[in-house]
Design a protein. Structure first.
Length: 151
């Protein structure tokens, strides 16, 4: 449970993010690039929302495009629920529950299936914040997205 306790304390303190998106050989998407931005965080009871705002630059490109995302973290004693609220609270997509792997990391309890694509994640607590690695695998996808959330 140490990882959950640490994550609960850390989430409201984070203020910025960076991520790298890398497509594997089986990908038909080719979504390679780098994103970065700031977080606006709200907390009510056992829910923390990340309002991400920043830019994404496609690998080899020179222009950045604006990007936004909203994630909701629901805090429980034995797990952390992760939801995607990009289209609003009423249209939130339940991604998965993250459960402790050890004192420094959490992993998805089950894979999130979206049509033919399987989403999984691993969260690692670091001295600077947290790293969240996404994997998306499907008939046309072979993606890895590595987020770095920092204070």
């Amino acid at each position: 449970m140490t990882a959950i306790i640490r994550l609960r304390r850390l989430l409201p303190k984070l203020s910025r993010f960076e991520f790298d998106a890398c497509s594997g050989e089986a990908s038909h998407v080719g979504w390679n690039g780098h994103g970065q931005g700031t977080l606006e965080i709200t907390q009510d009871d056992d829910r923390v929302r990340f309002f991400e705002s920043g830019t994404f630059t496609v690998a080899g490109g020179s222009r950045s495009v604006p990007m936004r995302n909203v994630y909701r973290w629901e805090l429980f004693d034995d797990r952390i629920g992760l939801f995607h609220e990009r289209r609003g609270v009423e249209a939130a997509v339940a991604l998965f529950d993250l459960i402790p792997e050890d004192d420094d990391s959490l992993v998805n309890a089950e894979v999130h299936q979206c049509a033919a694509d399987a989403y999984s994640a691993r969260l690692v607590l670091t001295s600077e914040g947290l790293d969240l690695e996404w994997r998306i695998v499907g008939p046309h996808k072979d993606e890895r997205i590595l987020y770095h959330y920092r204070q």
